[in-house]
Design a protein around this ligand. Structure first.
Ligand SMILES: Cc1cc2nc3c(=O)[nH]c(=O)nc-3n(C[C@H](O)[C@H](O)[C@H](O)COP(=O)(O)OP(=O)(O)OC[C@H]3O[C@@H](n4cnc5c(N)ncnc54)[C@H](O)[C@@H]3O)c2cc1C
Length: 471
């Protein structure tokens, strides 16, 4: 944008949200230049605006539309695919001041919250009334419900309950021309086209959501958490398939490999055995009698795959400690490596063993360590490519290994993202999964809502190839 446009926008935005709601100095703008994938993509916004109401969001969006300036929605910036980065410049609209819980409706089992509300704050608010909000990304202490909706976030407990899309009933959305619309409502399965379904997972490319009505679930009567200890990651992977094949769907089925358990134990002291090749964290929820039977079957499935131990947490404290270990994994990465590139892909569960073996071979070939902690029950893997940016060539080796891993997952019948989204990060890989016609069909949906292409431009879809229009 030109200097004049920027000055006009600063003044107009200040009139809407107040002087303290507009960030325009380069020092402060730098805070917003990347998301949690800090090493891959960076771009400074030209302006950041912090609205507190839907009307303010709509007014800012209309201003930007009149000036022909791109807009980029942002939540907490914990994204791992570069989705909230203003790669084409423009105004970043951050929802972090819209954190209110507007309504809790126990009768209808819903809560309506503003888009900047932190994921965990929803469960904390409804727990005293006997409910919880099921999607629990490992970033749930920081990520916003708006970001969760935009990325269709998953989490350890989504194996049984499903990802964010299964728990969103309605959303107030500001479309790229500034129109405020209500998608969905308080009831599921409304007649007509499922525009809410299209919006969830659209990564900020179809508009900005300002409030979300979520489904609440009753707290389970009983919970059992089992730590399965295995000699090798292959045995643990085979046990995952065996558990599911027995007709048991745990709420969570997480795999943590040896390198990660060692790093986690060094500071979280979760009780993970550091000499095991891998551990499975398996959680069952439901009626006490039902999960007692399921726990026996889970133990049997683990033992069929040479499980060294299957330890059931005996108290809430023990259970919390086991989960502290899993949830501390991201922090533990900092102990394992100076830099890392955190990947996200899905493979069919039955291919887990073969794909994990191939990933280890790819890492070895490129001289890159690749520890892994992931949602094994969904086949949603998260290889962590370790490197040291002070050593020439290591970054390039890690990226080359990452590229091979993505292609290996696609060959195995998987996809290039389970939950972190496509953003800037994975957009070129979509060509390996979809034809140009498929991509053009998806783009047509986007063009209906954003005909000028100003809403989070450059995200999801591959760049146009020379001599060819953008998909
Ligand atoms: C340690 C760690 C662990 C993680 N674990 C998980 C996990 O288990 N599961 C998982 O799914 N993800 C995980 N993530 C990734 C990330 O937390 C999620 O993608 C999360 O949903 C992003 O939310 P956010 O508020 O930080 O969004 P941001 O990073 O700010 O934005 C993400 C995308 O959403 C769009 N967006 C944000 N707010 C809105 C809005 N109100 N309206 C429209 N578009 C919007 C942005 O434009 C961008 O494209 C993890 C990240 C970290 C750092």
């Amino acid at each position: 944008m030109t200097r004049e446009t920027r000055i006009r926008l600063i003044q107009a935005c200040q009139a809407i949200v107040g002087a303290d709601g507009v960030i325009s100095t380069s020092d402060e703008l730098r805070v917003y230049e990347c998301d949690a994938l800090t090493t891959r993509h960076k771009a400074m916004p030209e302006l950041v605006v912090l609205p507190t109401t839907t009307d303010q969001v709509a007014a800012i969006v209309r201003l930007c539309a009149a000036e022909g300036v791109p807009i980029v929605p942002r939540g907490a910036g914990t994204g791992l695919s570069g989705g909230a980065i203003p790669s084409a410049g423009g105004v970043l609209i951050a929802l972090t001041r819209m954190t209110r819980i507007r309504e809790i409706d126990p009768q209808n089992r819903t809560a309506t919250v503003e888009a900047g509300c932190i994921n965990l704050a929803i469960s904390r608010a409804v727990m005293p009334r006997g409910f919880f909000f099921a999607p629990d990304p490992a970033s749930q202490q920081a990520s916003t419900i708006g970001g969760n909706v935009a990325e269709n976030a998953g989490g350890p407990h989504c194996l049984k309950y499903g990802a964010t899309t299964n728990h969103v009933l309605g959303a107030t959305v500001v479309f790229p021309d500034g129109e405020i619309v209500q998608l969905g409502g308080r009831m599921a399965d409304r007649p007509g086209y499922d525009l809410l379904g299209v919006f969830v997972g659209s990564e900020g490319t179809l508009g900005i959501c300002t409030t979300v009505t979520v489904r609440l679930l009753p707290l389970p009567q009983a919970v059992k958490t089992i730590l399965g200890v295995f000699r090798s990651i292959e045995d643990a992977s085979d046990a995952v398939s065996n558990i599911i094949a027995r007709g048991i769907i745990p709420v969570a089925l997480e795999m943590i490999d040896q390198e990660t358990t060692r790093a986690v134990e060094a500071y979280a002291k979760a009780g993970y055995p550091v000499d095991a090749g891998a551990v499975l964290l398996i959680e069952l929820e439901g009626l006490a009698a039902e999960i007692a039977i399921e726990a026996i079957a889970v133990e049997a499935a683990c033992r069929e795959h040479h499980c060294l131990d299957a330890k059931v947490a005996r108290s809430d404290e023990e259970r919390a400690l086991l989960w502290k270990g899993r949830k501390s994994a991201a922090g533990a990465f900092g102990r394992m490596t100076r830099n890392y590139y955190h990947q996200d892909a899905v493979v069919p569960r039955t291919k887990l063993t073969a794909v994990l073996k191939e990933i280890a071979e790819i890492g070895a070939r490129h001289g890159v360590r690749v520890p892994n902690v992931f949602h094994a029950g969904d086949g949603n893997i998260h290889p962590l490519l370790c490197y040291d940016d002070r050593v020439p060539g290591q970054y390039e080796q890690a990226m080359a290994a990452g590229d091979e891993i993505m292609r290996c997952c696609i060959r195995a019948g998987g996809t290039v993202s389970g939950e972190h989204g496509i953003g800037l990060e994975k957009r070129e890989y979509l060509r390996l999964m979809y034809t140009e016609d498929d991509l053009a069909a998806m783009q047509r949906i986007r063009q209906v809502l954003d005909p000028t292409g100003r809403c989070n431009p450059g995200k999801i879809f591959p760049e146009a190839e020379p001599g060819r229009a953008a998909a």
